[in-house]
Design a protein around this ligand. Sequence first.
Ligand code: NAD
Length: 505
Amino acid sequence: MSIVTSILPASAPETPFVSALLEKPQTQKMLINGNWVEASQSETIDVLDPANGTTIAYLQRGTATDVDQAVKSARAALPVWGKMTPRQKAEVLHKIADLIDANIEALSELETLDQGKPYSVSRWAEIPSAAKQFRFFAGLCHAVEGKTINNSVEYQPEGRDVHSWTLKEPVGVVGAIVPWNSPLVLTAMKIAPALAAGCTVVLKPSEETSLTAIKLGEMALEAGLPPGVLNVVTGYGHETGSALASHTDVDKIAFTGSTQTGRAIVDASKSNLKRVSLELGGKSPAIVMKDADLDLAIPGLANGIFFNAGQVCVANSRAFIHADIYDQVIEGVAAYGAEMQLGHGLNRQTAMGPVVSRKQADRIEAYVEGARNDGAQILGGGRCGDNGTFIKPTVVGNVSTASPIAQDEVFGPVLVAQKFTEMDEALNWANDTSFGLASSIWTRDFSTAHKVSRQLRAGTVWINTHSMFDAALPIGGVKQSGYGRDSGITALDNYLETKTVCAVI
Ligand code: NAD
């Protein structure tokens, strides 16, 4: 049985900063041009602990005027950052990573308090991964390079030659807009490559989870990043985010968030035809063949959908399972979920925290209830705890592939399972979605795995695993899951322009 251990952080926070927030909510400031400032109007945003609804901090509600100040400071800092050598830039990025590692306990507790995820997820997965992004792109500061090009220009002046080459130059001022589900690591996935490419940044974290982004601003200054190279402006999406996306002196928006907001960003980018890269939503399929190793597949599917309470863009929210093993797999996944302890993320035994807000919990429950009314088989599920933000691990079977729960991004701990008999049927269902972020295939037959990995329309295919990340592995989507890639060498391209130089010599 899933149980709520406590919606209060029974294990005392070990770091003074988080203890202080629990004692008394503190007002946070924004970072503009190396200074910690208040917004140009006096309203603030309450930051809630999603496990129990108590206020833990207040954020500045940044305005278009504040965004404009931040953009001006980022513009002015471009030549300063640009003059620093690759080695100097790399040293700053390494120092940021060192500071993340040195403050790992405090950052992990802060992320957990702000977002709700279990401490173990923050401490062992997400915060270390943020440091790894900075280290990976520190190395790539040295890899920003053009090419010499063998050309065939026909009209060459007598006795002369034509020599041509490309230069890679920073795109310029980058607006980075990130969501609430994995705040610091998703922020690092934007900031680290942007800085490595020589860009300057205005960061707009989610209004739900800005606290580790603010800490990142502090660490960046301590690491020696010149003032204005990274600015952190907090506020609402429709206000602060929208002002950044439509600002005519921003050269590029690097966005992670929902497909719906991605569309709004593309609309806003028309103002000056700024560059846009989009990491959007998903409805990622897992195909489980009858020869799959179920000792891997059952916990793998459970982890893939219940990790972070299902609030993961790449979560395997749909599973297509061969009819011969269907019952065993769904019962196994449901049993795994039933064993998970729900509770406040700061309690060290918690395996699953709350979803981010009551509104999100209501939305998840409405999808499950809709499926139940349509005759679905439901294993597990329902709410627990007093606050209304804890949703128990849920497996939903016997629904049509066209139903809302099988098509929309539910973004909760809900696995939709479907039975197949023919491989082609599973593949067609897997691809029958407007999303194309990630996918997985579970089989012992390597040639099936190979074939299917070519046929799945998704930015990532995992084989016998799901949600495996590394700073070197590109991540991003096809179809309405977006364009551009974060992570990996290819992410640098998001932040570089190619200049061609052609010379008569
Ligand atoms: P969201 O789209 O509501 O918000 C994301 C960010 O955009 C927030 O900072 C928000 O303030 C801002 N925003 C909202 N409206 C805006 C506007 N009109 N103009 C500019 N900015 C605006 O997403 P969310 O609810 O915070 O996050 C969940 C979504 O993020 C899910 O769809 C999830 O799949 C997606 N996501 C994708 C990836 C990926 O790598 N593809 C990773 C994590 C999350």
